[in-house]
Design a protein around this ligand. Structure first.
Ligand SMILES: [Zn+2]
Ligand SMILES: [Zn+2]
Length: 346
């Protein structure tokens, strides 16, 4: 079978691999679509992890079960399924409490060495993945590319679930990449006002399709002042930092109201993860600063439902589609930051 193989910084080839065998307790999925994630893009820029010859990336995937092992009860041949990367251990302190996404031994399809990803014609879902991973049937009528979007939508949904009542609130999103756009459209779906700040002009234009109430150009305007002005001096109820820029986290604390919430959504570069937040503002203002990462497996099913119902409009989020053979072009396109979600189809 053909698979994309990341061999060095910005170098991903198509290689021929032996057709994978289906284990008796696993299934073989014929991959139909797989999205390029921000984390895939970072990995593509850096190359495979030290000491690893190469990896097959890809974890935002959907496809068809083409073979199911004799011991598998959950899925059968012909099932249309979507997957997400997390595989939890099921034994640690966190897993025993259902907090699977912060598992001590979390492994990720297409990211952790030894767990090949879905930029490939076929992907084996082992018993471990079927048991402790995230695999859900696709709702009828949902397209494969849309189903692959369920994964990136999940973490955004998990954040919004924690916000409680959003009717009439003002939610600021810093960054309007695919994730920032998902925050904006869910903010609107939940009856709140959406403010978004984004440097790139192309992306400022693109986010308009999700009907934000205010779009700020942080290179020209003072974001904190604009948010204060927009909220009659009060500040935002929630600020979501959906970009990898520490400076915007500092600003988030400045623009949130007392008792509000700042969500650190995007990870910072591994080499400089430190940030500066005004501790007194947080203390006297009773501001909550929360980290959000990944999600409970059940959210993946919710994301598929919302895609099917068009609460999340997949066609507005997917701006480019490349066949597997052109995966390198797909990554180059993603690196330019001109589009939103880039899909690879098989
Ligand atoms: Zn992802
Ligand atoms: Zn665990």
């Amino acid at each position: 079978m053909k698979a994309a193989y990341l061999v060095g910084p910005r170098k991903i080839d198509i290689r021929e691999f032996p057709n994978p065998e289906t284990p008796v307790d696993g299934v073989k999925m014929q991959v139909k679509a797989c999205g390029i994630c921000g984390s895939d893009l970072r990995r593509w820029k850096e190359g495979p992890p030290p000491g690893v010859e190469g990896i097959v990336p890809g974890h935002e995937a959907s496809g068809i079960v083409v073979e199911a092992g004799s011991q598998v009860q959950k899925f059968r041949e012909g099932d249309r399924i979507a997957i997400a990367p997390d595989i939890h251990c099921g034994k640690c302190y966190y897993c025993r409490r259902g907090m699977y996404n912060v598992c001590d031994d979390l492994r990720l399809i297409g990211i952790t060495p030894g767990y090949p990803g879905a930029f490939a014609e076929y992907l084996i879902l082992t018993n471990e993945i079927l048991t402790n991973g995230i695999v859900h049937p696709m709702p009828e009528g949902l397209e494969f590319t849309a189903a692959a979007l369920a994964e990136p939508a999940c973490s955004v949904l998990a954040t919004h679930r924690k916000l409680g009542d959003s009717l009439g609130a003002t939610i600021v999103t810093l960054g309007a990449g695919p994730i920032g756009c998902l925050h904006v459209l869910l903010t609107k779906a939940r009856g709140a006002r959406a403010v978004v700040s984004q440097r790139s002009e192309t992306r400022r234009k693109m986010v308009e399709r999700f009907y934000p109430d205010l779009v700020i150009n942080p290179l020209k305007e003072d974001v904190v002042a604009r948010v204060r002005e927009f909220t009659d001096g009060l500040g935002a109820d929630v600020v979501v930092c959906a970009n990898p820029v520490a400076e915007t986290q500092t600003q988030a604390v400045e623009m949130v109201r007392r008792g509000g919430r700042v969500v650190l959504f995007g990870g910072l570069p591994k080499t400089c993860p430190m940030t500066t937040l005004d501790s007194n503002k947080i203390h006297y203002g009773e501001i909550e600063v929360a980290g959000d990462f990944s999600y409970h497996p059940s959210i993946h099913e919710l994301a598929l439902t919302l895609l099917k119902r068009k609460v999340i409009p997949a066609e507005q989020l997917i701006t480019d589609t490349f066949p597997l053979e052109q995966v390198q072009q797909g990554f180059q396109q993603a690196a330019q930051g001109q589009g939103l979600k880039i899909m690879i189809t098989m």
